[in-house]
Design a protein around this ligand. Structure first.
Ligand code: NAD
Length: 266
């Protein structure tokens, strides 16, 4: 029998109640990891934890937190230490497509041209998608450094880090920032044997893309931009994140992999 790739590993996953984060939690649990999920909304977290337990038999702890607040993310990391004794890996998946985005609600994605956007909205997207990821990275890394066993951080950037999407400049800039955060932080973490990588998904079937998928024009736009001619699945994203989190990618750091159906071929 194959050895589970995340056996005896403790993984903290932000945005773990939905979409790519939830898929990562399930996939990592299948590979033997103990999981801490964090997100907004206690009920959503409880439902997700129940889903992970019933589908994988894995151990899951949960902690509600808004990644804009350092103290709240700090509490999440402390919960992982208290419940499972350490932190080996992190997946930073919490994110928004626009300032008003609420996961699971009808959110338009490419509808906020920068020329009209309020500074408040711009700052909110950067705060969640970039600063929140930075805080998640450093708070997890502090525990990893103290434990002295190295670790692996996987950030969820986006193909939009390198594709200009009119009406979503804040999103593109925030994700380009995550890709560079991943590179630069990887350099800082070399001496601690902590690898920092990212994935940059294309159009994936999650609540974030539902509004585009429900609209004929939006769906056509996504498919036209994707050489493979289909949207990606959360399971495909979880497999890519798993590769970066586990020892199979032991010689990889500072990289962003782009599981995007070939969007960068041309
Ligand atoms: N779906 C796609 O096509 C796609 C493509 C590229 C990148 N991404 C990125 O993948 C990540 C996951 O998105 P998804 O598609 O699974 O959507 P999703 O809505 O299913 O998941 C995002 C999660 O982040 C949480 N979140 C948002 N703001 C938060 C905050 N302030 N504090 C804590 N949690 C917060 C939401 O509650 C939600 O559960 C995001 O970073 C997104 O930008 C998604």
């Amino acid at each position: 029998m194959a050895i589970a790739r995340m056996e005896n590993k403790v993984v903290v996953i932000t945005g773990g109640a939905s979409g790519i984060g939830l898929a990562c939690a399930k996939r990592f649990a299948e590979e033997g990891a103990e999981i801490v999920i964090t997100d907004l909304g206690a009920k959503r977290l409880e439902n997700a934890a129940e889903e992970i337990r019933t589908t994988t038999n894995g151990k899951v702890a949960l902690c509600e937190a808004d990644i804009c607040f350092e103290e709240q993310i700090s509490d999440v990391m402390q919960l992982a230490i208290d419940e499972f004794g350490r932190i080996d890996a992190v997946v930073a998946s919490a994110g928004v497509s626009s300032a008003g985005y609420v996961s699971g609600e009808n959110n338009a994605a490419f509808d906020h041209p920068i020329i009209e956007q309020s500074l408040e909205d711009w700052n909110r997207v950067l705060q969640i998608n970039l600063t929140g990821v930075m805080l998640t990275n450093r708070l997890a890394a502090r525990h990893m450094i103290a434990a002295g066993n190295g670790g692996s951080i996987v950030n969820i950037a986006s193909t939009a880090a390198r594709v200009a999407l009119p009406g979503a400049v804040d999103y593109c800039v925030s994700k380009a920032g995550v890709a560079m955060l991943t590179q630069a932080f990887a350099m800082e973490m070399l001496e601690y044997n902590i690898r920092v990588n990212a994935i940059g998904p294309g159009f994936i079937e999650t609540p974030m893309t539902q509004v585009l998928k429900d609209d004929d024009e939006g769906l056509q736009q996504m498919l036209t931009m994707t050489p493979m001619g289909r949207m990606g699945t959360t399971a495909e994203m979880a497999n890519t994140a798993l590769f970066l989190a586990c020892a199979e990618s032991s010689y990889t750091t500072g990289a962003t992999l782009y599981p995007n159906g070939g969007m960068y071929i041309n």
